[in-house]
Ligand binder design. Sequence first.
Ligand code: ADP
Ligand code: MG
Length: 706
Amino acid sequence: KASVMDGDNYNNEVLKESVEDLRTKSALEKLQEERKTLPIYHYRDELLQAVNDHQVLVIVGETGSGKTTQIPQYLHEAGYTKRGKVGCTQPRRVAAMSVAARVSQEMGVKLGHEVGYSIRFEDCTSEKTILKYMTDGMLLREFLGEPDLASYRCAILYSHINGFCSVGYSCLFNMAATFYSVVMVDEAHERTLSTDILFGLVKDIARFRPDLKLLISSATLDAEKFSDYFDSAPIFKIPGRRFPVEIHYTKAPEADYLDAAIVSVLQIHVTQEAGDILVFFTGQEEIETAEEILKHRTRGLGTKIAELIICPIYANLPTELQAKIFEPTPEGARKVVLATNIAETSLTIDGIKYVIDPGFCKMKSYNPRTGMESLLVTPISKASANQRAGRSGRTGPGKCFRLFTAYNYHHDLDENTVPEIQRTNLANVVLTLKSLGIHDLLNFDFMDPPPAEALLKALEMLFALSALNKLGELTKVGRRMAEFPLDPMLSKMIVTSDKYNCSDEVISIAAMLSIGNSIFYRPKDKQVHADNARLNFHTGNVGDHIALLKVYSSWKETNYSTQWCYENYIQVRSMKRARDIRDQLEGLLERVEIELSSNTNDLEAIKKSITSGFFPHSAKLQKNGSYRTVKHPQTVHIHPSSGLAQVLPRWVIYHELVLTTKEYMRQVTELKPEWLVEIAPHYYQMKDVEDTGSRRMPRGEGRAAS
Ligand code: ADP
Ligand code: MG
């Protein structure tokens, strides 16, 4: 009897499979048809010829012309994947994932097999992978090659002996696991920090590997600069089709652009003909607020008005929801996509007819004098505004509603966005370059060099963290730190945890800090409950870092229970991500030969580990309840979401600064000032940490600083 059952099951399976086959085949065929409608399709052969004829090619084509999804496939079809992989970099995680998913569909293969992606803390590739989409940061990390330091040193030696290239990393680039026949640096116009560094490295590699093809692709027309940098590489232009876009400005500046954007969405929805809407916001929080308000307001519109489908898209949106923005809008309904900058050029959503542009984005800004970095909501550049407007004219004439005045546009906006390399903390990049064996940073071949002051500051910081010695050479600590794909301060905290026997706890904290501020969840109607639940983890005013650790270990104790997360107003998704990151950090510990050791009850040891990475971020309480940072004094405040916001300890150490209405410290822990001198005697002296609060100590009475 059993065999009959098995037989039945078997037949069913076969049947199901062939039905599935039929369905996917027709879907595949449809996708193949779609591919042929993209502007780039007409230039396929010409493009392949140009790639064949030149080692470096700059490719320019409007967003949506098919550069990212098609070029790697063309290269595959032309046989380039027989010799090595085709790698394609993206500045944004979501873009790398989403494009890889699309290309795997078009090729009819499973994502992660022939087509895969690699982003920080997530590798969705396999031995089969021939088309590899990845963030620019990941390709940069691939240069670091195997962690095995012996082979690394060999590589440097090898390159010196053979005189092939200026440094050792290029040899690593040749190794099987990362052997590329083509590297496409996509979205080059974004000029992210990693892309800019990649330019210098791939340019160097191309010199000694004539068989490597380099494609630099960009959505904007100022390709001359890329061409000049790559020794006058030819420029291949893909003429796009673009329909006229009507631009509307507001008559007066908007006081509240979020509200203005929502009103505009509803107005378009009620008064304008069919077509989807794209709104640009600065980040997740704004998008979530807008989503909530829109849902609320459309509920009251009644049944006469068409359905409005709301689709948010931002970097941390869970993968399963990301696909939703690409689903075709049902007949009679309208889609509104609430997006960050990601929809400016990285992702193309078909069917957008209206764009609403408040004119802002979130941008990193860095003060090399103080070494302080902040995320700021900043006006966008003219180039960005034009890219955004262009999104509405892809499939037909479009309209763009700018929530700022024409005067603003013409007189206040910068022409172009300043490249990230000129407005960011360079400590991470300098550490990476140093570990690649690139010592002479001032003479590195930058397309636009960073301010010398920022480079020096980064060197200074790495020296303070003991990652570099006085000669600017990488130390053993620095070499270990470079293994972690984290900010050097976090890496240092982890590397030092070995000394305090608490690496187990410290990697949990690092993983939780890497998630950002999406751990706790605070629904509008249950704020009091949510706040109480959160305060539970702060019992004893342990500080935010230890509270994060408590959240993680309590969750672990429940065997990663989802129910527990609900009960405690904690986002399961974020926790799962933290667990993934933690697992990887645990793997990296092993690579740098740090044993996993636990010291749960010794909070002081854990806090000292944190201090050893974050000592430059110390601050001292002032009489008025604000804080003063110890080095490079500046007034800051404890963020209201911190467990210490009401406690106001005398000395604190913080994870990061965010500037909203004030300069806030986020993730704060209490500190004993003497730790600063104990842990970083080269950075702090007794006089920095003397408590001069109420009574001033007579001169000379405090222990003299050595
Ligand atoms: P470019 O890189 O030149 O901006 P793309 O190759 O990204 O252009 O896009 C080409 C087409 O593929 C667009 O019409 C876009 O809508 C579609 N596309 C890209 N990614 C996806 C996806 N994840 N799902 C559905 N369609 C997609
Ligand atoms: Mg693209």
